[in-house]
Structures are given as C-alpha cells and as structure tokens.
Design a protein around this ligand. Structure first.
Ligand SMILES: Nc1ncnc2c1ncn2[C@@H]1O[C@H](COP(=O)(O)OP(=O)(O)O)[C@@H](O)[C@H]1O
Ligand SMILES: [Mg+2]
Length: 252
C-alpha cells in the first residue's frame, strides 16, 4: 500500500528523520511509536506531502508520490488526521462532516447548496459517516462542546469523507481518558474490518498499540530502531532500553 524508502528530513542541523524505511502492507493496522521528538510527525508529513523529504522515496499503491502535492495524494486515496485536531470547533458535527463530503464532491465552492439527487447523495454520505463513528446522536452539537474523544471521532469521520484507502492517524488518542480511548480503538478496528481500509497510526499508549497493531515500527531520535510484530517489539531489548521497559511490556 505504502512504501517509504530511506526517508531523511532535516531542520537546520537536526535530522528529524534519518534514513528511515517503512512498508505498510494493504489491509494491516500498522503503528509508529517512539519517544517525543523521535520524528514520527515529520515522517507522517513526508509520507502525506505536507513536507517533502530531503532524501528518499515514497510510493503509494505503486506510484512514486515523493514530490506529489498533499491534496493530490488525498485524491489518490490517502486520508490524514493531525496531532492537533483540525476540525472547526465553532461548527456543528454535521456541518464539519458535510464540509468534507461536499469538498470531496467538488461542491465546496459552489455558491448555492446542491439540490435534488446531489443533495440527497451528500446527506446520505454524511449520515453514513456519522453512523460509522457513532456520532449521529450528537450531529447538531457544536464540536467545541463535545468531549475530546468525540472531537477526535469527528476528525476521523472528516478524513473518511475523501474516501481514502489508507488512513494516517497522528496520535488519535493523545490526552484521552481510558473509556474514550476504547471508543477510538473500536473505530480504528472497524476502519479495517468494516471498511477494508489500511491504517497507519502514531500512538504513545502501549496498551493500545499492542492490542491494535499487526506491525509496529519504532523510531528513536530520527532513526529506525526496530520493526516487527507486537510480540517481537515487546521483547526487543533496544526498544525496551530506548522507550518502553514499562510494566505493560512485562505482561506481554
Ligand atoms: N518545522 C520544524 N522546524 C524545526 N524543527 C522541527 C520541525 N518539526 C519538527 N522539528 C524537530 O524535529 C524533531 C522531530 O519532531 P517530530 O517529528 O514532531 O517528533 P514526534 O512526532 O516523534 O514527537 C524534533 O526535534 C522537533 O523539534
Ligand atoms: Mg508528533
């Protein structure tokens, strides 16, 4: 699905990402982990076209997209959420998702709202996405008034409005309470199981990563430290030294 080869990105003298290669297989849930400042977000930005790498190559479904603009990658089927939520807090849940759906239907810049069959198709798609993330009951509420977990779900629904085949999620559960984390985990599982999507996500919480991921890639100070199954990563000495060593791993 996605192959990033020898990706390097420096800011001034700092190599935020240093010669990192990752292959995300179709139909998998793949996690990217590592301490703060390890280069995870920079790597995501390079994959999704928010920055271009200094070196290396990115291929998406067999096409070289290394220098392809971000919006074009979205059209090609790459969805993305951000570490800092990028929903519109002053709009309702429904309005946020509708914006995404209409933009995808190329109606965003029409002066009048779509009518007839086009409007019905937009409505149906908004309903479908609201239902998928279990926000139908909150559709009329301002996003600013929602719990953080629901805001994240709204953002995931927006990322789905462009009909991606690969979804990139940057810390979708950062700062959430346990119960909210479980809601997001269930939706991420459904992305694969019900929608057949491939998921590549950044996450700190090891409980979540070990429970969700088929493959785990570990970055440390810009470098690839390890890659493997959850069992392999949990047992890896270098990973334990650099990052984990937490009581979570002792139980795996
Ligand atoms: N736009 C930028 N300008 C300068 N330095 C940056 C920029 N983005 C990230 N960095 C630096 O690159 C390193 C990796 O950051 P980041 O990719 O955000 O890590 P992570 O997401 O793993 O916490 C950090 O040292 C960070 O300060
Ligand atoms: Mg980050």
């Amino acid at each position: 699905m996605l192959e990033a080869t020898d990706i390097t990105k420096a800011f001034g003298g700092v190599r935020a990402v240093d010669n990192v290669s990752v292959a995300v297989r179709e139909g998998t849930i793949h996690a990217l982990i590592g301490p703060n400042g390890a280069g995870k977000t920079t790597f995501f930005n390079a994959i999704s076209g928010f920055t271009f790498p200094d070196h290396g190559r990115v291929t998406f479904r067999g096409t070289d997209v290394t220098r392809t603009l971000n919006w074009r990658r979205i059209v090609m089927g790459m969805g993305r959420t951000f570490q800092t939520p990028s929903v519109f807090p002053e709009l309702t849940v429904d309005e946020n998702i509708r914006l995404g759906v209409r933009a995808h239907a190329k109606q965003a810049f029409q002066l009048r709202a779509p009518r007839g069959a086009a409007a019905a198709a937009v409505d149906a798609r908004v309903d479908e996405l609201l239902g998928f993330v279990n926000l139908a009951a909150h559709r009329g509420r301002l996003v600013a008034e929602l719990a953080h977990g629901s805001q994240r779900l709204c953002e995931i629904a927006m990322s789905l409005s462009t009909e991606p085949v690969l979804v990139l999620l940057d810390e979708p559960m950062a700062g959430l309470a346990e119960a909210e984390t479980d809601r997001i985990m269930a939706v991420i599982r459904d992305l694969r199981q019900r929608l057949g999507l491939t998921v590549f996500f950044v996450e700190h919480n090891m409980r979540v990563v070990l429970a969700l991921a088929d493959r785990i890639t570990v970055l440390d100070r810009g470098k690839l430290l390890a890659e493997g199954s959850p069992q392999e990563i949990a047992r890896d000495d270098a990973v334990r030294r650099a990052y984990l060593g937490s009581e979570v791993l002792e139980r795996v």
